[in-house]
Each structure stands twice: as C-alpha cells, then as structure tokens.
Design a protein around this ligand. Sequence first.
Ligand SMILES: NC(=O)c1ccc[n+]([C@@H]2O[C@H](COP(=O)([O-])OP(=O)(O)OC[C@H]3O[C@@H](n4cnc5c(N)ncnc54)[C@H](OP(=O)(O)O)[C@@H]3O)[C@@H](O)[C@H]2O)c1
Length: 358
Amino acid sequence: MSPEDLRYLERCLELAELGARTAAPNPMVGCVLVRDGAVIGEGWHERPGSPHAEVTALAAAGDVSGATAYVSLEPCAHHGRTPPCSDALIAAGVARAVIAAIDPDPRTNGQGIERLRAAGVEVELAAGDIERRARHQNAGFRTLVRLGRPHVTYKAAVSVDGRVAHPGGEPRWISSPQSRALVHEWRARSGAVAVGIGTALADDPTLTARDCVPPAERQPLRLVFDRSARLPAESALVRSADEGPVAVVCRPGAPGIAALAAAGVEAIEVSDAGQALAELGRRGVATMLLEGGPTLAAALRGEGLVDRLALFVAPLVVGAGPNALEGWPAMRLGEGELELSSRPVGPDTLLVADVHEV
Ligand SMILES: NC(=O)c1ccc[n+]([C@@H]2O[C@H](COP(=O)([O-])OP(=O)(O)OC[C@H]3O[C@@H](n4cnc5c(N)ncnc54)[C@H](OP(=O)(O)O)[C@@H]3O)[C@@H](O)[C@H]2O)c1
C-alpha cells in the first residue's frame, strides 16, 4: 500500500469519526473517491437510515469510472434500508477499492470484497496500524454484531495510588476539569452509561452528557446496577428522568420496582449482568461507558464483560480507600494485539488499554 493510499484511508477514518455521536448501532464509515490523484467525492455515514458513506461519495463525485474507492469499512453486501454498497461501487465503474477493515456483520464479512473482486474490481486490504485503528473506531458495532452485547469501557478517575475516592467519602473530584469534560463527550457518544448502586448512593451523579460542544442532541440510557431496585426517588438520577431515559438493572420482581416505575425509571429485570448486556444488545446499544464503582467493575471484569479500561490518573496520592482495580486478575496491559495508549489530559494522564480485541 502506497503512502498515498494510507493518506486517503486516514481521511476515511477522519470522515467516519463525524458519525461518532450518531451512527450507532450502525458502524462509522468514511469513503473517499480518487481519480488521477484528485479527490472527486467524499462521504460518511451519519445515522441509521441515512445514506451509506459510499453512496454519498458516489453522489458527490458524479462520473467515477476508473476511480479508486477508499473506505474505512468493507462495503456492505446485503440489502438493508439501502441496496448493497459493493454493487453501487461496481455499477458506478470503480476500478480499485482500498479497504481499511473487514465488516464482521455475518451478512457482509468478506462477501463485499468477493463481490467486488468477482466484478473485476482490484481490491486491496489494509494491514497494521491503520487496520487496527479502523477496527477500534467501530469497537461498539463490532462487539454488537459479534457478541450481541455492547462494547464496555470501564472508566475511572484514580489517584496515582489507584484510589477512586477520598477517605471518609469526602466529596471531592479526583480528576481535572479537562478530564471531566472529555468524559461528557464520551457520554454523548455512548449508547448507555452505567454505575453500581454503591456509586449512585455515594456520589448522587446525574450521568447526563453536559457541557459538550456542540451540545449532545440525545442523552445516553443511564443505568444503575441495583439488584433490589433501591435507587432513591430523591436521587439526581430519578429527578432527572425527564432529561433522558434512566433504568435500573435489578432482580426479577425486586421490591423497589413499582416506586421507581412511578417516577419514570424503567426496571430491566434480569438474573445477572450478562443478561442485562444481552438485553441492551437487543435494543441496539453498541457501547456502554461503565463509570464505576470498583465492585461492579470487578464483577463485570470477572464475567469477561469489560472490553476496555480508561483510567484518568490524577497527580495526587490519596493514601487509603477503594482501589479502581480491586479484585482484578493480574494482567500486563498492551500485550500481543491489545492496544495501550497514554496521553496527558490537563494535569492528568489518560491511560487506555484494551482488555479484549475487537
Ligand atoms: N473516581 C471514580 O472514577 C469513581 C467512579 C465511581 C465510583 N467511585 C467511588 O466508588 C465508591 C463506590 O464504589 P462501590 O464499589 O462501593 O460501588 P459500585 O460498584 O458502584 O456499586 C456496588 C453495588 O452494585 C450492586 N450490583 C448490582 N449488580 C451487581 C453485580 N452484578 N455485581 C456486583 N455488584 C452489583 C451491588 O449492590 P446490590 O447487591 O444492592 O445490587 C453492589 O453493592 C464511592 O466512593 C464512589 O465515590 C469513584
């Protein structure tokens, strides 16, 4: 693959990213059409029901005969709300397709590539860093189609000694305003945001996506893992139920269900967390941001239900109190194919590590 090919695939990832808040449960996809070294059309997938990236790019380009199509995800091979994009590229006369990542949707999964090749289109598949980043961009979509549940990121703000709270429950932020602003953007991009009842009682969070630029056009489903449905009616979550959906994940027939229902809070009645995530999957929730606390995170990790770890490490030592990774098995982050990255966010360091490949 030439440096020029890589440059256009980078542009595809950039275009795909424009759908970060809206495309789910569909994938984010970007497409660039190039002929004689010039871009003749670009497109990205905005939301379910809107045209696929390839279709938008083809419409923008007009005559594309002999052109190269760059796409961040394999063109689809199935009839959904729109006809297959692989067929659209063939019909338009594209000569070459450069694809960043294969689509794991069983209705496509290599068949888009086969259709293109069978029609005489030269197909090149990316490898290495760009392919990995293209897969990671669609971690939610890929997990949903492969496992029928959302991709789960456990996010925590920790001190350098790994604590998530100040001793004695003193309500003070651990992470910086810059880190908290980033979390609001993550909430705006998530299908669901979840905490355990311990955190709901200790911190009384609202869990809405606020102070985002541009403002969030929809709120994530806010979930409390609360087996006996004891989330108080006066909690910020219940009081803000009119700002966006709130649900508790509880045991079937849990005592508090009726009172919460009266306050506009749904009960997802299941016998374990795995069932709860499967129910979210059925609703098309592709990503869940798990905002703690450590007890719930360890339980989900124990069941293989945490896919990514995102720790905002703040430059302070708390000295005592709950640890973000209490109960986790020993593991070396970033081993094998798994990604590990770190970057400064204000005075904090954001450490992101994948627990499962996508
Ligand atoms: N710094 C940070 O980023 C951050 C983030 C979150 C929390 N925190 C801090 O963490 C502390 C609270 O942590 P925590 O560990 O006590 O609370 P937690 O993990 O939020 O909640 C624990 C509770 O979740 C419920 N639960 C529901 N389903 C569960 C399951 N499948 N497995 C395990 N538990 C389940 C259990 O209560 P039931 O049995 O009643 O359902 C359990 O007691 C607070 O001090 C808070 O400030 C810090």
